[in-house]
Design a protein around this ligand. Structure first.
Ligand SMILES: [Zn+2]
Length: 94
């Protein structure tokens, strides 16, 4: 994934598509919840209880480069799910 993002960034930069915003290229880092389900889940899912039911979900953090024309996601990572998924780690309770 990183090589694809790097290739996209390189092409945009060469094509002068990445224009600074007020003289800067801000990098915005933000967390997102990308999916949630009561039924479908995997080993890496986070868990919480909603109205007495177990809900499974994933969270990611993404870094986006903000230009005058668009935002480009330059990095992303799954949060906490891998932490719980590591051998020897107990599953988190909601
Ligand atoms: Zn999952």
């Amino acid at each position: 994934m990183r090589s694809i993002i790097h290739a996209v960034y390189t092409q945009l930069k060469r094509g002068k598509m990445i224009e600074p915003l007020h003289g800067f290229l801000p990098l915005v880092v933000d967390g997102h919840e990308v999916c949630a389900s009561y039924d479908r889940h995997c080993r890496a899912c986070l868990r919480r209880t909603v109205n007495g039911r177990t809900q499974y979900y994933h969270r990611v953090v993404a870094a986006q480069l903000v230009t005058r024309r668009f935002c480009l996601t330059v990095a992303r990572a799954i949060l906490a799910a891998f932490y719980d998924w590591l051998p020897g780690r107990a599953a988190r309770s909601p």
